[in-house]
Design a protein around this ligand. Structure first.
Ligand code: GUN
Length: 252
């Protein structure tokens, strides 16, 4: 029999969205035969205690991947925590070594959501080369790495954010529009070019219902292809996490 693959997932506190995400990751692991190990810590866990847990998981030869679910409680410095994870076990690709490797195009892991978005764009059949790609949002988890991956595929990339002037004009230029701002229905049909590929990374709750950053019903009439929420980017993110966990096991 081959080697068993193990993913350790750490969740701190009782954020309800984080709980849903972590349960989904555990289900995915079970479905494809990866062993998952949950470390649920109380909200008053200190940074030192969390770092000590990461040290012990780094040292364990039976643990292939380590994921710390974000956000962390405010008293814990997330960057310190991410930097403590062995970069070869960093299945989120958040460690600065992995971020740097993505920047230079020589990577082992890709961050889950941006890599999932790239798969979705490829699946639409639209080539990225030479296209106007607009990324709305500049987070370390999505916006910044997303822009880099599109650039690697020879897209002409613009990153927009809350201080961008004439945001609607910039969005209307996009052949490929990726939106990750965390605001319900932020992108409306008048901001989208006819025939664009629109990828909605948003996961917002409105009256208990999940909705994206794009006004799906109106934008779908203009887009060549568009991802729904739920059921679009989310499942791809989870699939890439599984791929990264297998990669981590192979690396070691
Ligand atoms: N919180 C929201 N998205 C993510 C993610 O991709 N990884 C982790 N660890 N936490 C998150």
């Amino acid at each position: 029999m081959g080697k068993e693959i193990t993913l350790a997932v750490i969740i701190v506190g009782d954020d309800s969205a984080s709980r849903v995400y972590v349960d989904g990751k555990k289900r995915d692991c079970a479905e494809i035969g990866i062993k998952s190990e949950e470390h649920a810590l109380s909200a008053d866990t200190t940074e030192q205690e969390l770092l000590a847990l990461i040290d012990s998981l780094n040292a364990r030869s039976d643990v292939d991947g380590i994921l710390v679910q974000l956000p962390l409680p405010k008293h814990i410095n997330a960057q310190n925590v991410i930097m403590r994870i062995d970069h070869q076990k960093d299945v989120d690709a958040f460690h600065p070594i992995n971020v740097g490797k993505i920047m230079v195009g020589n990577f082992s892991f890709l961050p889950c959501t941006p890599a999932g978005v790239m798969e979705l764009i490829k699946e639409s059949g639209v080539s990225i080369e030479g296209k106007e790609c607009v990324v709305v949002g500049r987070s370390n988890i999505v916006g910044k790495p997303q822009a880099m991956l599109l650039l690697h595929e020879n897209g002409t990339v613009t990153i927009c954010h809350s201080r961008t002037k004439n945001l609607a004009d910039v969005c209307r230029r996009a052949d490929i529009l990726v939106v990750a701002v965390g605001k319900s229905r932020f992108i409306t049909a008048d901001m989208v070019k006819d025939g664009a590929v629109v990828i909605d990374v948003g996961m917002n709750r409105e009256d208990g219902k999940l909705c994206g950053d794009v006004d799906f019903e109106s934008v779908k009439e203009k887009a060549f292809a568009i991802t729904p929420v739920p059921g679009g980017v989310g499942p791809m993110t989870r699939a890439i996490l599984m791929r990264n966990t297998v990669t981590a096991a192979k690396l070691r």
